[in-house]
Design a binder for this molecule. Sequence first.
Ligand SMILES: [Zn+2]
Ligand SMILES: [Zn+2]
Length: 548
Amino acid sequence: MSVVKVIALGGVGEIGKNCTVVEQDDDIVVIDCGLAFPNEEMLGVDIVIPDFTYLVENKHRVRGVFLTHAHEDHVGGLPYLLEKIKVPVFCTEFTATLIRSKLEEKLPKDRIDLRIIKQGDKTEVGSLSVEAIRVTHSIPENSSMAVSTKHGIVLFTGDFKFDFTPVDGKLANITRFGELGREGVLLLLSDSTNVDRPGWGPSERRVTEGLRKVMVEATGRVLLTTFASNIHRMQQVYEVAAELGRKVAVVGRRMEQNLDICERMGYIKIPKGTRIRLDEFKYYPDEQIVILTTGSQGEPLSALVQMSKGEYGRMQIKSGDTLIYSARPIPGNESAIWRTINRLFEQGCRVVYDSATPIHVSGHAYQEELKMMVNLTKPYYVAPVHGEPRHQYLYRQIVTEMGFPEHRIHTLSDGVPLCLDETSTYFEDQVACGAVLVDNSGQPGVTKEILRDRYNIANEGMIALTIAINRAKGELVGEPILQSKGLHGPEGLLDKVSEVLNDALNNLSKEELRDISKVRHEASDVVRRMIQKRANLRPLVVPTVVEV
Ligand SMILES: [Zn+2]
Ligand SMILES: [Zn+2]
């Protein structure tokens, strides 16, 4: 009897790096391939991607990657997967447009095989078929994905909310969700990010009122920061600005790029004469200017952060400016965001980050919307995804209240296959999975040992020892040289350490001195113990033995 397996390689028990495998017989499809942001312990790490070992080992069976939408937590890992396996990527035109340039920056052209699908289309991939269904979120052409298997439909809600007044007027295809319910949804993998919010989330449309209110009150220039992919938000900014007689300029490379593409393709409609270039500011009074900028997450190189430090060449913050913070901090970025906001206040810029009329709404379903999805699709099994353990727990509670028996609610863990056959479900042993860390080098695989060293250097400094040895004679040449960086201890610490090290080395026999690794080991041991004893520090010790 054939078994359908669902394996999350990321995105369950955590928010970020969404990547889920659905497999049946010889066929595998992957839904999304995202990245996550590092936590504060991952020093120097820029992004976190899933471990793709399972997909590499089974690459002959992988028929395609399907992308629900163009947010980084769903597409950001893709270049790293495509580097390892060649596989077609299926997505809507808008998603393709947004990711194409990013893929081309990292990969040779022949590794990129983007295939455009339309919402409503069914794509046959081996024995599986995948249908994209339109659903609302904070980005255009966002899809749920229905994977048809032998035992029924495995339905990924993807990131969603039910917004009946979306900015682009494109409603979720609720009818189709209802039909799927009739056809037989075996398993619903539901967004659970906002499961702790009761009621029904506000429509993106409400932000229009919030933006209008702040812009009417502002007497000088208005700056607004949001995610570079938040096309709907930008659309609203243009509309409100046009209504109030303000012109809009954009700073930040990714935002400009996205706006150009979206305007060209008709995803955003800019009222005539509203968009200006940054260098056209001088022709308008401050109260007629709006600036859209990147940097909502406090990214060090973003335009907004540089402006807050007075280091942005193209424009300066001035007293009387108002910044609208129209985004939600991604966990881990809070302190960088507050630092930026505080610097802006210091420069005389008023920052609006909270308001009775919303200036930002979430793109994720609240409790009643989550229930609505369950009610429409009538799944046999449910499993919350796109959430941390607390979200998984609350989702379980909510569907229990809806009458789901225990055995039909699954709490998934990364890498643990959920197996579904005709009559039952069970879990198999965990496959390779985990967090692969990528730093500025772009090379995935920053290890635990590297992080530990970085942590030690950052907190306690480092000390380098250089020891010269005449191996033929089996004796020391001169005294060892000690150099330290970032080490702070009692006065004379290094001299004392140097003395003790010298004594220790002089106590070694000729035979021992010929053994380079023994010398290295002994030296760092002595130094480490000495510094621990005298200064209660554990710096990174790097011994070098030179043969002369
Ligand atoms: Zn999203
Ligand atoms: Zn997401």
